[in-house]
Ligand binder design. Structure first.
Ligand code: SOE
Length: 386
């Protein structure tokens, strides 16, 4: 008999939906001792909350998130509310002895994240941050190829994360749909929202970043606030570009914007090494491009007139996660990255490998984000502590 894992969901927006779907789907595709049960969901607006609970089959609703966390019929708290609530929700959940899942970025800044890590480690509760792109099979395959030594000494890491939904001046800031444009709720703009993904992936694939120098821009300086109806100053970074030096000596270039007309979720990375290179584009998520120059064992050159970039269609059962899905050639989507993520997290609760990224890893990414914003403010290189 599977052990019930009673889920308390905080938030019923975009991520509340992606996470609810993932908890329900894990048992259908992965053998786990735990069976997630959608026990209760919190939301600010009763009507929207009731409709959400009905749609996803939550047993109950709460309009007070602290009351939900205190309930003793809840095992795991999943924090899917805007960034400025993550700190208090995670600390309350840890103090209540709950398993804690939190959306990215972990917090508004590293100071908050430190307090959250201290709370979960003091309580000794399992914890994670939902950087879901690590569980895109093609990205997990890139990690495997790097760990197999097929890239060798790294020289360059190049990443972009571009979107285009805020170009119009008419797009308001704040409120349920656009809290990401309100610095008081989001903490930052593309740095915390998009580059946090790029940084988590970069450090997972290429090791820690030692220092950064950054430039940020806010193209639309004022927007109507959806809640006050007043025109207010925009205080987030609409775009950010930074250079990074990795501990391993390789050079990094990162760019992110919400002003790249035509780019919807253009999250890409390329790593160039002595023995080979890999390239990935989330707008083409089933493919990993791999260039093989030399044999990782012998270092002997294998490049000749027949070699070139391989486009690996990452759908075979030998590829990460894919044996749990369909037959070779059949693809999976955005929502499956959350299902793969929760499958790994449940495995870690059942004696499997320790789950990463945990909140201490989330703190590390927060420190890099803080350094980027500090560098942009002060116009100088900033070292990453800790
Ligand atoms: C922003 O539009 C956003 O939804 C991010 O907040 C998510 O983290 C990213 O996965 C997709 O884009």
């Amino acid at each position: 008999m599977a052990k019930e894992l009673r889920i308390g969901m905080l938030g019923c927006g975009f991520m509340g939906k992606a996470h609810s779907n993932a908890w329900l789907q894990v048992p259908h595709f992965f053998d786990r001792e735990h069976k997630p049960v959608l026990k209760a969901v919190y939301g600010r607006h009763k009507d929207e909350l009731e409709a959400f609970a009905k749609r996803w089959g939550y047993e109950s609703i709460e309009t007070d998130w602290r009351k939900l966390i205190e309930r003793d019929d809840i095992d795991l708290i999943d924090v899917c509310v805007p960034n400025n609530m993550h700190h208090d929700c995670v600390i309350a959940a840890a103090e209540a002895g709950k398993i804690v899942v939190c959306e990215k970025p972990l917090a508004m800044n590293a100071r908050e994240a430190e307090e959250m890590v201290a709370a979960v480690e003091k309580a000794g509760v399992p914890n994670m941050v939902c950087f879901n792109y690590r569980r895109v099979p093609a990205i997990a395959l890139a990690k495997q190829i790097i760990d197999e030594g097929r890239i060798g000494r790294p020289f360059h890491y190049r990443a972009t994360y571009n979107q285009d939904y805020t170009i119009s001046q008419k797009v308001p800031q704040g409120g349920l749909a656009l809290w990401r444009l309100d610095a008081r709720v989001a903490g930052s703009g593309v740095t915390g929202d998009l580059l946090a993904h790029s940084i988590d992936t970069a450090e997972w694939l290429n090791g820690p970043i030692k220092k950064v120098v950054a430039y940020t821009e806010t193209f639309v300086k004022e927007r109507v606030h959806a809640e006050t109806g007043k025109v207010e100053k925009v205080e987030i970074d609409d775009a950010c570009m930074f250079l990074a030096i990795f501990e391993n000596g390789s050079l990094g270039t990162f760019e992110s914007t919400r002003y790249a007309r035509g780019r919807k979720n253009y999250n890409t990375f390329e790593l160039n090494g002595e023995l080979g290179s890999v390239f990935f584009d989330l707008e083409d998520p089933h493919l990993l491009q791999f260039f093989r120059y030399a044999d990782p064992q012998t270092g002997k050159k294998i490049e000749d007139h027949l070699t070139g970039w391989q486009k690996i269609h990452v759908t075979a059962s030998e590829h990460p996660y894919m044996k749990h899905w369909w037959v070779p050639g059949c693809t999976i989507g955005y929502e499956h990255t959350f299902i793969n993520t929760f499958a790994d997290f449940l495995a870690s609760l059942e004696g499997g490998p320790k789950f990463q990224p945990d909140m201490r890893s989330g703190l590390r990414t927060q420190r890099v984000c803080d350094a980027i914003l500090q560098s942009a403010r002060e116009g100088r290189w900033v070292e990453i502590e800790g």
